[in-house]
Design a protein around this ligand. Structure first.
Ligand code: SIN
Length: 287
């Protein structure tokens, strides 16, 4: 006998994303509920929840139901909550965190499986987050192009961030001075190479897996040779038809699967404060 579904799953766009209702994430989360949410994530690639009241401890507890929480190498975590980082932009600040299209921690040998972002304080308008679906973007390509891209591997390094942002006229940094920074030198010195087309370890779907701002070249190719295709891939993958846009409220959560989704935080709320809490869940080696 199948048990009745505990959550309601309402897709929010033709591409990806679903709003989840009928759940209070502060309450104990049983295995059935974890499985329902996990299955909704695999089907929709990003999930949105509203009206949740989660302090950092409760958020970490929810996140840990889906996998091992990991450290973030460049921002000091919240005091007493080593796996939760603040993502803050103060009214006087102009650059934001996560303001270019990317996939979380792709510059590590084992990038994040998923990210859970919780809205503590949001601007009156703006500050939305965009999500792009790598599976749909890959599927839309010609068979010849799919074959070609499947042969390519991308070299990543977080040091490229400033370089690629400047080159594309997006400013020197996506960092934010009010966020307490730290530097994990070991991560800076690591340059993993990942397949451009990733097979999702749970669904078997193939996705464009790619973060333009953390790379300047394909493996065994020069930056000059790589640039036109890297730029084209980003513009292809982020076409509106492959995306969805999330409008935050205080107490909203976005929970996304980094193995097949890229995202970008809009920086269109100058003079207002935006404050989020973020955790990431450890992933495996992309294949
Ligand atoms: C991030 O890139 O993880 C932050 C996204 C956001 O603040 O909307």
């Amino acid at each position: 006998m199948t048990q009745q579904q505990q959550i309601q799953v309402d897709p929010v766009s033709g591409a990806l994303g679903a709003e989840i209702s009928g759940v209070d994430l502060r309450a104990p989360i049983g295995d059935d509920l974890v499985e329902e949410i996990r299955s909704a994530l695999l089907d929709n690639h990003v999930l949105f929840f509203h009206d949740q009241e989660l302090d950092p401890e409760a958020q970490a507890k929810v996140g840990a139901r889906f996998g091992e929480l990991e450290d973030y190498p460049f921002v000091e975590p919240l005091a007493g909550h080593p796996k939760v980082i603040p993502v803050i932009k103060e009214p006087h600040e102009t650059s934001n965190f996560g303001g270019g299209w990317h996939t979380d921690l792709i510059y590590r040998p084992q990038p994040s499986m998923a990210t859970m972002l919780y809205a503590v304080e949001v601007p009156k308008r703006g500050g939305d987050t965009l999500f792009a679906d790598g599976v749909l973007a890959f599927r839309a390509l010609s068979a010849r192009m799919q074959d070609l891209l499947t042969t390519l591997r991308v070299e990543y390094n977080v040091r490229h961030l400033a370089h690629t942002m400047i080159q594309r006229g997006n400013g020197a940094s996506t960092g934010n001075r009010s966020m307490p920074s730290r530097v994990d030198k070991a991560v800076l010195d690591t340059s993993p190479v990942h397949p451009l087309v990733r097979t999702h370890p749970e669904t078997g779907e193939r996705a464009l897996y790619f973060s333009r701002e953390h790379t300047i070249n394909f493996e065994d190719m020069t930056p000059g040779e790589s640039r036109p295709l890297l730029d084209w891939l980003e513009s292809h993958m982020t076409q509106p038809v492959f995306t969805t846009r999330f409008h935050w409220r205080k107490g909203s959560i976005a929970f996304w699967d980094n193995r097949c989704v890229s995202h970008c935080a809009l920086n269109d709320y100058q003079g207002e404060r935006r404050h989020m809490h973020r955790l990431t869940i450890a992933g495996d080696t992309p294949r």
